[in-house]
Design a protein around this ligand. Structure first.
Ligand code: OAD
Length: 269
């Protein structure tokens, strides 16, 4: 097998999951639904009203469970597996928390996968920061405690929780098995540091191809990754429905829906 590029970095944003039915951030009715961002996506919001925040993320976990990966997620997962098998390096950095890349990897998770904004499929102890695989929905849409996790909601084998059900406090909030302190979603909130940036920069400064998919190029540090890769000598490609904010960082633009354009582009690599 011949590979034109030996070290690839893919960066994905909400647009790659749009055709799976996940709303993008900059849609008119974006992902924050009827909530102010600082109420549900900031450490201060969580301190003020953890039930509201867990209600919001419970709904997002249920939504993530109800959508399916599309051809773009699958094509990327397949390419990462092929590269790993051939001792080449393809890294996938995602800003999405929707778990669809993880699900497309299936039983073979990639060594080079970085979810810089966290994921809906992990919780974190607020005391010691220990991470737990956790996909439970703790509250219904009205903020009422879901006592029984109704197995039918978790029928997909990949979505089966790996954590024995955490204990709850009197408000129904989940407590960490390690410290018996509050668990929070392992999501990067406003004002918090993205995850794995050093590792991402290491990949970016050594890659020969950088491909951004379905991201508007508005939010840093990810919006600066194309420029870093380009400066390091990589060919930079953008696959998006429209031209992104950071369009000048790309050598090549492919306009169109991710589920069509990503498999097409990957097929030519
Ligand atoms: P955005 O909602 O900002 O941008 C989505 C991009 O995908 C837009 O440029 C759309 O044109 C494009 N798009 C929509 N449908 C598409 C399709 N079917 N195929 C290809 N492209 C499509 O989402 P992100 O760039 O991911 O951060 O947003 C970045 C970050 O902003 C998010 O991770 C979030 C938000 O603040 C945090 O939560 C920390």
């Amino acid at each position: 097998m011949q590979f034109r590029y030996k070290r690839i970095v893919f960066l994905t944003g909400a647009g790659i999951s749009a055709e799976s039915g996940v709303k993008t951030f900059r849609d008119a009715q974006g992902l924050w639904e009827n909530h102010k961002v600082d109420e549900v996506a900031s450490p201060q919001g969580f301190s003020r009203n953890p039930v509201l925040v867990w209600t919001f993320y419970s709904q997002r976990r249920l939504q993530a469970n109800s959508v399916q990966t599309n051809n773009a997620h699958t094509a990327l997962a397949d390419l990462l597996h092929i590269y790993e098998k051939n001792n080449l390096q393809a890294a996938l950095i995602t800003q999405n928390v929707d778990t669809l890349h993880e699900r497309a990897f299936g039983a073979l998770p990639s060594k080079h996968f970085i979810d810089i904004h966290g994921t809906l499929s992990r919780s974190r102890c607020t005391k010691c920061n220990k991470l737990f695989s956790d996909r439970w929905a703790y509250f219904d849409g009205e903020g009422k405690i879901i006592e029984d996790h109704a197995d039918h909601l978790w029928s997909n084998a990949i979505l089966q929780t790996l954590l024995t059900m955490p204990r709850r406090n009197s408000l129904g909030l989940p407590l960490s098995p390690c410290c018996s302190d509050l668990l929070r979603p392992d999501i990067v909130w406003f004002g918090e540091k993205p995850l794995g940036v050093e590792k991402a920069i290491e990949h970016l400064t050594h890659c020969d191809l950088f491909v951004a998919i379905g991201t508007s190029g508005n939010v840093f540090p990810a919006a600066g990754f194309a420029a870093v890769a380009r400066k390091a000598g990589a060919h930079t490609v953008c696959i998006n429905l429209e031209s992104p904010e950071n369009a000048h960082s790309f050598h090549e633009h492919i306009l169109g829906p991710a589920s069509e354009k990503v498999p097409e582009y990957i097929g030519k690599l």
